[in-house]
Design a protein around this ligand. Structure first.
Ligand code: SAM
Length: 208
């Protein structure tokens, strides 16, 4: 699925505007969105704290929604780096296209399961980091396993899959694909949120 060219707005949406957009999409597609409100600033800070921004040249985001992580990622990213943001919800894709005007960002409409195709279309081979806000526990059967397997293949050796979730469901899917999982909880989010760093070790990566 292709990205959608829209006229850029000259001002960003207000905080309330973003929440209202997010809530309306939750009412339309509760299973796909998986949360009533966007992630908190505390969660964003904790999730991005360990990223090596100097070394990162390709960052991929699954489920950007209204851009809660997208903007902070762009703020931290190297001027030569690229961010590919993939969302299944066309309304969110159109919203982000209209709201964020940054040549380093490419927003695509589609599933995270097709991450390798989107990376190739962006002129890259593998990503340094993939960050996911997808609600794994409400995905159709088999889709979560496929996304985790494809994400491992999409990451360079030494790359990381960063996942935030309200349940522990995804842990088993990550453990099946990655060499090491580091788990923490961000208590300052509503509700408290589990944070996973799934690591693809350099020495074990030749099989992928
Ligand atoms: C809980 S929202 C996260 C929004 C935002 N990142 C945040 O933290 O506030 C989940 C997002 O995942 C998207 N999504 C669900 N399934 C997806 C899939 N298979 N591929 C890509 N995006 C997906 C939804 O459309 C939605 O934007």
């Amino acid at each position: 699925m292709a990205s959608i060219p829209l006229k850029k707005k000259t001002y960003p949406a207000s905080f309330l505007g973003q929440w209202s957009m997010f809530f309306r999409q939750f009412v339309k597609h509760p299973g796909m969105i998986g949360s009533v409100i966007p992630s908190s600033a505390a969660l964003v800070e904790s999730m991005l704290a360990k990223v090596d921004w100097q070394r990162t040249r390709l960052f991929v985001e699954y489920g950007p929604g209204v851009g809660t992580f997208t903007r902070p990622i762009l703020e931290r990213m190297h001027p030569d780096a690229k961010l590919v943001a993939i969302d299944l919800n066309l309304d969110f894709v159109a919203w982000l296209e209209a709201q964020i005007d940054d040549p380093r960002l490419r927003v695509v409409h589609g599933s995270a399961a097709d991450v390798r195709r989107f990376i190739a279309e962006s002129g890259h081979r593998q990503a340094d980091y993939v960050l996911s806000g997808i609600p794994f526990s409400t995905l159709p059967d088999g889709v979560g396993d496929l996304i985790c397997a494809e994400t491992r293949r999409a990451l360079r050796p030494g790359g990381e899959f960063l996942v935030y979730q309200y349940s522990a469901f995804v842990r088993r899917l990550l453990a099946a694909q990655f060499d090491e999982i580091v788990e923490r909880v961000e208590w300052r989010n509503i509700p408290p949120c589990r944070m996973f760093r799934a690591l693809k070790h350099e020495s074990l990566a030749q099989a992928a």
